[in-house]
Design a protein around this ligand. Structure first.
Ligand code: PXL
Length: 298
């Protein structure tokens, strides 16, 4: 079945992130991505000297035109928003397109490694927080989760090294403000159960009901651009293909681990993002029955 997603994100020339990642991943999964740019940048903001053109003033055009055309979406994905204004435009878009049965994934792109990204203000953070309350699913990294919930990140990080099992109930309690939503808190650095090997945990919390769970990935090192965007796009695509949230997270983690492995072997700078392109084929759904490619007589 043809599926269509509204991908609301920035277009960065360098960094293999945002719309570049959304479109590549969703297309590889057999899903149409309809991009609504929030900003156009020469590169993601981790590079020195980037230029950013806000697209917030044009976002209503998309909402209005798509409504005139009576388009509908199976899923909505929002990511990087350069201003409170852009977040307000997403809110207006959701009012018209986030209907029952439409899955809205909010990736609250705000920061990493304990710090907010350049350019974020209290007002823009608050605007993203308001969007998060409307989402069906949120995919914050640990830094973003702490920013959204007003949590001091240092004791959380320390607990991950000393008593990881005690950490998850605390995160679950902090997630309580997101009643009715599911969250995947990504990239939580913890030690394995022998307290020896560092791993990254992705903590799945279902505030709408259901048991929380953890999907772990190897801690390969490096904080690469765009991994959060790739993660969100794979998870949304897999959910629209009716996979469980756990399966969706495992698919995303496996795909990203390959891209990181490749980037590390080639010494790719973290700002350039991971070498995911050769692995997009891993995301391909089975060909539909009766499709051209399946027929032997043509
Ligand atoms: O990948 C997150 C992201 C998206 N878009 C822009 C960014 C970043 C992270 O730095 O700067 C423009």
């Amino acid at each position: 079945m043809h599926l269509r997603v509204a991908a609301i994100n920035d277009l960065s020339g360098l960094g293999r992130c945002s719309l570049t990642a959304d479109i590549a991943v969703l297309a590889a999964m057999g899903i149409e991505a309809c991009p609504m740019p929030t900003a156009v940048l020469t590169s993601q903001t981790g590079y020195p000297g980037y230029r950013c053109l806000s697209f917030a003033d044009r976002m209503d055009d998309y909402t209005e035109h798509w409504q005139e055309l009576q388009v509908s979406f199976a899923g909505i994905l929002s990511g990087y928003l350069a201003s409170a204004d852009a977040a307000e435009k997403v809110r207006a878009f959701l009012e018209r397109f986030h209907r029952p049965g439409v899955l809205y994934l909010c990736d609250p792109v705000l920061g990493d490694n304990g710090r907010a990204y350049r350019g974020f203000t209290e007002a823009s953070i608050e605007a993203v927080r308001q969007l998060a309350f409307q989402a069906d699913l949120l995919t914050p990294n640990l830094t973003e989760f702490c920013i959204l919930t007003g949590t001091d990140m240092r004791p959380i990080q320390k607990l991950g090294q000393t008593d990881p099992e005690a950490l998850f109930p605390i995160l679950e309690e902090k997630a309580g403000c997101f009643q009715g939503r599911s969250l995947v808190i990504t990239g939580i650095p913890v030690l394995d159960k022998n307290r020896e090997t560092p791993i990254l945990s992705n903590f799945i919390v279902k505030m709408a009901g259901g048991k929380s769970s953890v999907v772990s990935s190897p801690h390969l090192g490096g904080s690469y651009s765009g991994t959060g965007d790739l993660f969100a796009a794979v998870v949304l695509g897999a959910l629209l293909q009716k996979r469980s949230l756990e399966e969706a997270v495992r698919l995303a983690v496996g795909f990203i681990a390959r891209g990181i492995g490749d980037a590390r072997r080639e010494n790719t700078p973290c700002n350039d993002g991971i070498n995911y392109e050769p692995y997009l084929g891993l995301l391909a759904p089975p060909l539909p029955h009766g499709s051209q490619a399946e027929r032997k007589d043509t």
